[in-house]
Design a protein around this ligand. Structure first.
Ligand code: SF4
Length: 429
């Protein structure tokens, strides 16, 4: 990239040890793909949306581009008013619906802790505004943070309790809505769109980036896992109320505040049968790791409408390194996707995207084979929330070149025009 292009890039950001963020007077922002610097062009950047977050990364200096030489420099300190000040890296977390194309340029060497689970993204500053490396894959007003005003939520919860009474599941979801700020839980009380049905405490995988359970010595889990087994009665009454009253209603088993729902497949199948006896409205969805196709068959036979199966990779060795499956194999997950499509479920893959791994040529080829083999309907391009250093350490070695996340999406669109790419579950009835 010529020096002129470099001068069109936003300035690198850095933070002081209190976390105050500054734009560097000289160095320009850089981006990484996996462990390596990757070309960052002005057209790769978008204005940082209002509800995105900014983080500083303690102990880790930023890396920036010298616009006169194009060299990538680690910037450990800067002189401010004659005082040398330590510099720490800054990263962004994009609003839902946006896919990250570049990781932040950070020297993780000095750090000895695991970063909390967010999708850290390259970000810079110029002309009074922040720009981040990414692109929009889907806009959906139902997941736009602007449409979630907690001043409406609290009275709605009170009204919900009066009208429908309370239960352990309702109170669990009150905590999800008010403490974890889960949009699906807020929707239950605002009586609209997609609502959650967490039911499982256990899991048969051990994902590196599990939001509800993290081992000792790692980072904190993003939310507590549900600590009881809801009754069929409370699942059915909550679901029937929502499906009958909410516009474009979806109820979804498999949430971030639980284990793997297939460990409760009988409870789910029985609940769905009873729900469908009382209403044929709306969509009943299952978010799952897809580990047990025979259990998915039983749930599908009970009246399920759609399914979303999570995976970080279509390559078994990368899948195993991230999901660390117990008593099931990658092939079982592929069989679940195939079976779901054969049984007429609207079948989605929740593809956990990481620049430099997901867009490797070998990964793109593997994903295309998986799409051809299974006939999946929809692929969520979800930014993987994880410490980049940890993920890169755990993934198998590969020198398969990365084509770029945006380029990968364009390739999928071209090769599979009937497969939708997006970010959000959708009603299918
Ligand atoms: S499958 Fe879900 S609950 Fe289980 S470890 Fe992975 S993220 Fe956590």
């Amino acid at each position: 990239m010529g020096n002129e292009d470099l001068r069109n890039l936003p300035y690198m950001l850095y933070a002081d040890k209190e976390g105050r963020i500054y734009d560097h007077p000289y160095f320009r922002m850089a981006g990484f793909s996996g462990p390596s610097p990757a070309d960052l062009k002005p057209e790769d950047l978008i204005p940082l949306p209002e509800f995105s977050k900014l983080f500083f990364i303690p102990d880790c200096p930023p890396m920036g581009l010298d616009p006169s030489t194009g060299e990538l420099k680690t910037v450990s300190e800067i002189e401010v008013d004659g005082v040398m000040t330590e510099c720490f890296a800054v990263a962004a977390f994009l609003e839902p619906g946006l896919v990250r194309s570049h990781l932040p340029a950070v020297d993780y060497g000095p750090k000895s802790y695991t970063l909390p689970m967010w999708a850290y993204t390259a970000v810079g500053f110029m002309d009074g505004s922040y720009s981040a490396a990414g692109f929009r894959i889907e806009y959906n007003h139902k997941w736009d943070p602007k449409n979630y005003d907690d001043r409406e939520l609290v009275p709605a919860i009170e009204k919900y309790r009066k009208e429908h009474g309370s239960s352990p599941l309702v109170e669990h979801l009150v905590n999800c809505a008010t403490v974890n700020h889960c949009f699906a839980a807020k929707n239950l009380f605002l009586k609209r769109w997609e609502a959650p049905l967490p039911v499982s405490q256990a899991c048969n995988a051990s994902c590196l980036g599990c939001l509800s359970f993290q081992p000792e010595g790692s980072c904190e889990a993003s939310q507590d896992r549900i600590c009881f087994r809801p009754s069929t009665e409370e699942i059915v009454s909550l679901s029937v109320n929502h499906l009958n009253q909410a516009p474009e209603p979806i109820v979804s088993f498999g949430q971030g505040c639980e284990g793997e729902p297939l460990t409760q497949y009988r409870l789910i199948a029985e609940s769905i049968r009873k729900i469908r006896k009382r209403t044929d409205k709306g969509t009943i969805n299952l978010n799952t790791n897809g580990s047990r196709p025979e259990r998915i068959r039983e749930i599908a036979n009970s009246g399920l409408d759609s399914i979303r199966i999570s995976m970080n990779s279509a390559r078994p060795e990368f899948y195993n390194a991230y999901h660390r499956p117990k008593n099931y194999a990658f092939e079982d997950v592929v069989a679940s996707i195939t079976l779901s499509k054969e049984m007429g479920l609207y079948t989605m893959i929740n593809y956990l995207v990481f620049p430099g791994i997901t867009d490797q040529e070998e990964e793109v080829e593997a994903l295309m084979l998986l799409i051809q083999k299974t006939g999946v309907n929809f692929i969520h391009l979800k930014n993987l929330d994880i410490d980049p250093q940890l993920y890169l350490e755990k993934m198998p070695e590969s020198n398969s070149p990365a084509v770029g996340i945006k380029e990968m999406a364009a390739l999928l669109n071209k090769e599979f025009p009937d497969v939708e790419l997006g970010y959000f579950n959708r009603p299918v009835r």
